[in-house]
Design a protein around this ligand. Sequence first.
Ligand SMILES: NC(=O)c1ccc[n+]([C@@H]2O[C@H](COP(=O)([O-])OP(=O)(O)OC[C@H]3O[C@@H](n4cnc5c(N)ncnc54)[C@H](O)[C@@H]3O)[C@@H](O)[C@H]2O)c1
Length: 437
Amino acid sequence: MRIIVLGGDGYLGWPTALHLSRRGHTVALVDNLARRGYDIEMGVDSLVPIVPLAERIQRWDEVSGNRLDAFVGDLTDASFVDSVLRQFEPDTIVHFAEQRSAPYSMIDRHHAVYTQVNNVVGTLNLLYAVAERDPSIHLVKLGTMGEYGTPDIDIEEGFIEITHKGRTDVLPYPKQPGSFYHLSKVHDSHNIMFASRTWGLRATDLNQGIVYGQETPETTLHPDLATRFDYDAVFGTVLNRFAVQAVMDHPLTVYGTGSQTRGMLDIRDTLACVELACLNPPQAGEYRVFNQFTESFSVDEIAQFVADASPRAVRVEHIENPRVEKQDHYYRAAHTKLLDLGLAPHLLERRTITSLLAVAERHRQRIDPAAVQPTVNWRATASPIATSPAGTAAPSLSPNGVAAGHTAHASPSSPRTSPPLASIGAPAGSLTEPSAP
Ligand SMILES: NC(=O)c1ccc[n+]([C@@H]2O[C@H](COP(=O)([O-])OP(=O)(O)OC[C@H]3O[C@@H](n4cnc5c(N)ncnc54)[C@H](O)[C@@H]3O)[C@@H](O)[C@H]2O)c1
């Protein structure tokens, strides 16, 4: 199968691309390297060093004998998206390429607008390109379980049967997302559902839970194949963040009561779920939703698992919750469709946490203690952004949001103007620059 992985330089896109490549698919990556730019803007870095995209690709070629094509560019540029589809002619597109941090989207108006334009316009451009080039292409889109919020009834997989005034219909499950990021995913879901119905596209919306873990069978083949490990309060996901706090002898900082409950999954299951979705496409015109998580835990439970698995003495500290969210709530979400397709989950075991702690311990000298402090307050319309590793103020944003001194990177400048490809720093010859459409 010919598969494009959008967001192929990211935490999940990179290992997914390697996994699909190793399973015999012909894979191309697309990325605008914005994620590396957010690090510069926030003054943080992946705990595990990651090499430039061109080097990663070269290393994978050497290690596996498999070639990955790469296109560096921005999904908000419609002609770029169209030319990638024209050149690569995919059967399937896996779409990870969005700004994916809820705190980042809640920093201030600029970051909220950037997030929604980046995510919604990128996905719209993709829908148009698929409809115009080849409507039979299967779109596998990463959504999030956070789209549903925490209703006081069971969460279904995408749709719910409702009887109202004596009539019954199956309708999209109501959404109550908790950030402007999560809202961007809801807007995407509506746009994808509409495009599937109207233009006969095939789409799978994967409402993914919170992912933990950093190693996959492919990324451990060589240090240059590692994927990122975010532990900071803006981009770090909860279990990864607690693992780093444990090795730095910092209390595990639980927001609020810690009884907030979420669906979660191992990074290896992300890869398996995406592959299952690719191998089992929907019918033309069908928009389907899979809830992509394997277990639910409260934040307190996660903190306790990490404390129990850590060889160091670890303290759990409850701090004021910077987010506006229900804390003591009902949570039961269906997640059978991927299991029906054959998913064999890696459930959270002590050894998974032990191996995560070992990764954090190996890179302990790279930890920036300031990065784990939450800086984004949901209740304010503007929060001061994170401080740099040296403890100095984070790069100030110019009116259009470009971090001073970092203009060459794809940081969230004006959302509609991606930097020219040549400015992104991809070595000539190793990445594909699409020609004009
Ligand atoms: N990590 C999680 O726990 C999690 C949970 C649920 C859903 N998801 C979803 O999975 C997807 C991938 O998440 P991740 O953790 O790998 O994020 P990530 O930020 O590490 O990767 C996203 C990649 O997309 C690229 N990108 C962003 N905007 C782009 C654009 N306009 N054009 C081209 N490239 C662009 C970034 O540079 C980055 O490399 C996201 O859509 C996210 O919402 C992630």
